[in-house]
Design a protein around this ligand. Sequence first.
Ligand SMILES: [Zn+2]
Length: 370
Amino acid sequence: MDNLHIEILRRLVSFNTVTPAGIDIMLYCKELLESWGFTVKIHQSENVPNLVAYIGNGVKTLCIAGHLDVVEPGNNWQYEPFTLIEMDGKLYGRGTNDMKGSLSSMLASIHDFIQQSSGLSIMILLTGDEEIMTNNGMHSLMNYVTHFHKSFDLCILPESCSPGEAGEYIKIGCKGSMNIDISSHAPQGHVANIPNNHLHRFIDTVHKLIGLHIDDGNDVFEPSKLQLTSIDVDNNTRNIVPSNIFAQFNVRFNNVRTSEQIKLMFEKLVPSGINSNIEVLSEPFIGCSVEWQAKLRCIVGNSLNKNVAVGTFGGNSDAKTLHKYMNVVEIGTPLAQAHITDEFILKSDIDKLRSLYYDLISGIASQNWS
Ligand SMILES: [Zn+2]
C-alpha cells in the first residue's frame, strides 16, 4: 500500500478548520480532485464553503460524503493539534478520528478505484459545518446539487461512528433528540417559616422523570433514555428557601413511540405548579433500505472476514440530511476517539479503512442496483 492516504491526511490536518471550515481546505480538495479528473464546484453558503465533485458517466452514482470542520482542540494538548504527528503507531491531530482520517482513506481508495473503468459514477460531497449543523452545510449543498443532479441511490459517510473497532459497524440511522426544561417559582422565605418547600416537590418530580421507563428499544434501536444535565437553584444561603428552581434534561429516543407520545408521558409526570417546556430537536430515522443493509453487510463482512453489526449507535451527522435524498450508511472510526484531547487514529486503522473502502466501492459497483 502506498502512502497516499497518509499524505492527504497530513494536508487536511494542517488546515485549522475549527467549525466552520475555511475556504483554503476546500481549495486544496478541489485541486486534488481535479488532478484526478473530477469536475469540482465549490458552493459557498453564507460563511460556510462546501464542495461537490463528480466523475464518470455511469447510470449508477455512488455518493461519498464527509465534513472537513472539526471541534475546538482546547488547551491541554501534548501535541500541536494542526500538525500530523506519528508516534508509536498513532497519528495525532485534531480531526484525525472525526473525520479527516477516514475521509483520507476513502479519497485514496476512490483514487485507486477510478484507475479502472466501471459503470459507477462517483459524487463527493464535502461540508464545512457539520459540527454545528446550521442550514449552510449539507442542507444547502443538497439544495444546490439537486438543481443539476436528480437521481440519488446510495451514500457512504466515512464518519466516526463505530462502538467498537474501526470499520466493523454499519450505522443505518440515528435516535431522535428532545430537550426538557422544568422550573418552579415561589416567594423566597426563611427556612423556619416555610409550610411547603417547593424545592422538595421539584426534586420529587425530577426523580419521577429520571425513573420513567420509556421503552425497551427494538432490533435496531437501543431503549430511549433521559439524562439530567443541569439543576440550578441559584442559592448559597443556608437559611432561605430559594425562589427560582430550574432543571434541564435531554432525551435520546427511538422509533418505538412517536415524539408526541413521549412528550405526553413526560408531561403527565409534571404536577401543576411546576412549569415544563419540551422541544423536539430531531426525530429518529432509519436511513437505509433492508436490501442495501444486507448487501453492504455482506460486502463489508467479506472484506474484513467477519460479521459486522448494523445499528443506530451514536449521535447525529450529515446523514440526518442525506437520508431524505437516498440510502445512507456510516462506516468509520471508533466514536470513543472523537473530540478528545490528543485525538488520534491508529496507523493500522487508517490502512484497514483504505482497503475496506476500496472493497466497498468495488463491491457496490458490481451490485445489481434495480
Ligand atoms: Zn464527524
